[in-house]
Design a protein around this ligand. Sequence first.
Ligand code: PLP
Length: 397
Amino acid sequence: MRVSSRTSGVEYAIRDIISYARMYESAGNHIIYLNIGDPVRYGFNTPEHIKDALINAVKANQNYYTESEGLPELRNAIAEKESQKGLAIIDQDVLVTNGVSEGLDMVMASIIDSNSEVLMPGPYYPPYASYAKFYGGNPVEFRLHEDGRPDLEDLLSKITPKSRAICIINPNNPTGEVFDRKALQELVDIAEEHDLYLICDEIYDGIVFNGKFSGIGRVSKDAAVILLNGFSKVYLMTGWRCGYVCTNSNCRKLDELRTNIPKLARVRISTNLPVQMAAVQALRGPQDHIKDMVLKLQKRRDYVVKRLNGMNGLSCTMPNGAFYVFPKISLDSHWKDDKEFTIDLLNKTGILTVHGSGFGRISGSEHFRIVYLPSEDILEEAMNRLEDFVHMRSSCK
Ligand code: PLP
């Protein structure tokens, strides 16, 4: 029977690679998973006060459909958090979603027409391209310089009358790069000059290693900023699916979008009420776990980057946020491309990573992504195996 052609461009390399892992596992082999950015799977547990809030809500019979736009107390706590980060935001301009993923889906659905172009820094988190394509648009990658700053000349050369939005994923997945204030200001200026939406994903805002995070709110003023954020990473609630979309309350150009996105929220009724009650406690309760997590991650990052840079044919920059590294591979003539490299790595060592081209064909190619969430002994084992693997290749030359 027929299926629509709409889904043909939908890809998610991070999970698509799992079919290779299943084959490997079904032959009785053990895998070290370094592919999915889920801290809760690696022993970073949801804080007790957040778990208690969920359990208490369920027991108190808070198990009904709630407002489509989100629980008022949660919208208020979110508006407070984001306004502390500098964004002009009132409760009514916050929409609670089933994770950032659903928020991104709603935003793309609301702004893309056939052949609209969405500019994204390469490499980017894959759903940005998948949703753009799903709604009939085209993702357009713009380059970043080696130091992680946006290549403005390249970006400007790619703006056309079909351009609708610039996406900023900050800190970035897969590189862990953090844009500084100057880079953000430059992107805001370009977006304003060309009447483009700025879709800003700050899901890793609490996971930065060099001081306090400075996000889009610090420079947004009255620009057309659509901020996406959520509870999966910083509050360790990945499986609970809770995120949000905020639109800059100072920006009148967003008024039409503000009436459109909630229509999509209403057709899906609402998000999970007990989880929203727990999310209120996440924002209002103790924040100590974040500092502990960042300290642990910083040690793991330093270890992994040092080891990678000591391996033949690999080089890796030091990321400033999130929990990913994105090393460059010198493929020589040994592997056809980065996907072949990651599959060969899996089959020879049991280490599952994600091929870089899954994060954008132009700038992702010849790279692979490693999640450094596992404990140090697992990372050490993984780095030892990876080192043997790449050194074996160089000795075969
Ligand atoms: N945005 C970015 C940049 C991510 O890296 C991820 C998950 O890895 C998500 C969104 C997904 O967020 P959520 O769990 O809130 O859907």
